[in-house]
Design a protein around this ligand. Structure first.
Ligand SMILES: [Zn+2]
Length: 232
């Protein structure tokens, strides 16, 4: 069950008192942040005691905390602590939250020890085959094209801001399907924060100061995204 936030309830009470329709007061931007992995799904290993699931949760929590006082932005996490959450449940949270933006956080691994730095993936969509093309499917794809543009725009903002944390380490903005979001129509970005298989990245990712810097870059990016147009 997804509980309605305290803010929502406060807004609802205020609306009843003032006689406003609820939708008018609840017109903030909903951002869902997805700390990758969790519980028994630990993700890549950074040290004996630190895994991808810990780093993604730490950063997501910091963003939520930074924006807790923001009037027009609500942050919801797909998990608040160290627990298993299925892809389906992550999708449901995005859908039920009516999210305006979705950010999934991960840590990369592989491609040899020299691969380093962040990667940003914006959500993609698949063109239906002739067989599957019914009007509903086509409309959904047209909607997704609009969301795709917003995803790319947000991805570019993140890229600009995160460069400060990882100078000269960007592997760029890429376009790829995001598994967790394939069935959704929400602007979405997946951020691979660095490589667990690179010694320097590994050190940076475990550093709480760097985690805070990444969170600050994301916080700023979210604010910038909505103040410069938001979802079109
Ligand atoms: Zn991951």
């Amino acid at each position: 069950m997804i509980r309605k936030s305290k803010n929502f309830i406060h807004a609802a009470v205020l609306c009843m008192l003032l006689g406003f329709p609820l939708s008018a007061a609840a017109a903030g931007h909903m951002v869902v942040i997805d700390p990758g992995h969790g519980g028994s799904n630990m993700g890549v290993t950074l040290s004996r005691s630190v895994h991808e699931k810990d780093v993604t949760l730490a950063i997501a929590r910091l963003v939520k905390k930074s924006l807790s006082g923001a009037k027009d932005i609500d942050i919801r996490l797909t998990r608040l602590d160290d627990k298993d959450v299925s892809t389906t449940d992550r999708e449901k949270i995005v859908q039920r939250s009516n999210a305006d933006l979705f950010i999934s956080l991960h840590v990369n691994a592989g491609f040899g020890q020299n691969a380093e730095g962040y990667e940003i993936y914006s959500s993609s969509f698949t063109v239906p085959s002739a067989k599957e093309s019914n009007s509903k499917e086509i409309v959904k794809n047209m909607e997704q094209t609009g969301y795709l543009n917003d995803s790319v725009r947000f991805g570019q903002i993140v890229q600009k801001n995160i460069r400060r944390v990882f100078p000269r380490k960007g592997r760029g903005l890429r376009n790829a399907p995001i598994l967790v979001l394939e069935s959704l129509t929400t602007p979405a970005v997946l951020l691979e924060i660095g490589f667990a298989t690179n010694l320097e990245d590994k050190k940076l990712l475990k550093d709480e100061k760097i985690q805070k810097d990444v969170a600050d870059a994301l916080t700023e990016s979210i604010q910038e995204y909505f103040s410069t147009g938001g979802a079109s």
